[in-house]
Design a protein around this ligand. Sequence first.
Ligand SMILES: C[S@@+](CC[C@H](N)C(=O)[O-])C[C@H]1O[C@@H](n2cnc3c(N)ncnc32)[C@H](O)[C@@H]1O
Ligand code: SF4
Length: 448
Amino acid sequence: MDDDLILKNAKPVPRYTSYPTAPHFSEAVGCSEYETWLSAIEPGEALSIYAHVPYCDRLCWFCACHTKQTLRYEPVATYLNGLHREIAAIGGRVNGEAKVTALHLGGGSPTLLRPDDLIALKQAFARHFAFSGDCEISVEMDPNDLDEARHDALAAIGMTRASFGVQDFDSVVQKAINRIQTFEQTRDAIEASRARGVRSVNCDVLYGLPYQSLPSLEATIDAVTSLAPDRVALFGYAHVPWMKKHQSMIPDESLPGIVERFDQMSRAAEMLVAAGYEAVGIDHFAKPDDSLAIASREGRLRRNFQGYTTDSAETLIGLGASSIGQFRQGYVQNMPATGEYLRQVEQTGLAAIRGYRLTPDDRLRARVIASIMCDFSFSFAEVAGEFPGGGAVIEEAKLFRARDVDGLTTIEDGIFRLTARGRPFARSVAAVFDAHLQSGRGRHSVAV
Ligand SMILES: C[S@@+](CC[C@H](N)C(=O)[O-])C[C@H]1O[C@@H](n2cnc3c(N)ncnc32)[C@H](O)[C@@H]1O
Ligand code: SF4
């Protein structure tokens, strides 16, 4: 692909795991809206739950997650007490007949929890919420944490999907990102999960890392595919040292440029497809019989704060410091600082600090942006049918197409669609429909 085209369309824009995105949340929405929204959950409604563990026993220099390193367990134990309080407080406000269909433990590293604490956490959820029989239980796994007792505890809580952080296997890259993790360690952790009945394994892989080259990335992709994960998430390294100070340990000059990043992404994608994976959305790959690939083929792919999902629940409850919940009415986010989070849950059980109430225009644009990010297209007839104001967005799509000299999009039979050339720039095309972008809140990472 033409270098100019890549540079032109790789300008920093959001990753659109929500619309509007988190920098637009404000204190106009807090605990009282949260309470109202929780009590409006209907009996029988499907619920998705995310619980955040903002601790790791190592700190990788590339990491943009909300976490901090701790070598002592005491802060983790204190945090878990707060999480238990929040689970009870929220469980008490939600209709007892709403059914949890997905529980995701993320972080940070939930795998640093002691085995008994993992089990106690799941028991607390089971005490305060009703779970559906086929609830998906997924956990973000740091292979470095895992021992037999933790694997047993993860099996005991009924984990169905294990998502392993891999990033890159090259030793020079690993040193530069302060994350030493051998292939054997990763392989053994995956095998131990599978031996305990985990059916779905995901590996996170990054491109755009310091000192990464095409040959080193190719070797990593070969190693990853030899482990036969069901899914691979291929993320571009987001270098945001103004937000994450420890990223400044990574020298700017060690980072691949935008065109190199694009080539790395394209090569990794090509290898994954050649290895039998189907591309899903902008950054996922899944075996054809994996539920994510099936949902993508059937137009049922969804996007939430954890990325792409098959989860169709309209309500996502976020627990723990910094977590974001998603409701029909809008979004709500918990206090990010663990100390404040703990003080707040101690007092009221809820720790919401900011959020966003959706307007009719937001709902329309959220729908269009989600369709672009998931399906690379949206139908004019559907949008006009679902939203009285749909005509405005359709006009914007036509105007964009008229000016799209690079051939990123087409409009045929009333469908606005990204071309093969346009797909790598889905974030940039989605940004065209973002009415909040111009407000200048939030600085984002490059779009490829
Ligand atoms: C919570 S971690 C995964 C679990 C576990 N803590 C681990 O590292 O193995 C979530 C994932 O986010 C991705 N990630 C973290 N920082 C990133 C960044 N700056 N840019 C892109 N992806 C990033 C990594 O691929 C990482 O595996
Ligand atoms: S990548 Fe994972 S283990 Fe490393 S600091 Fe981030 S959350 Fe922790």
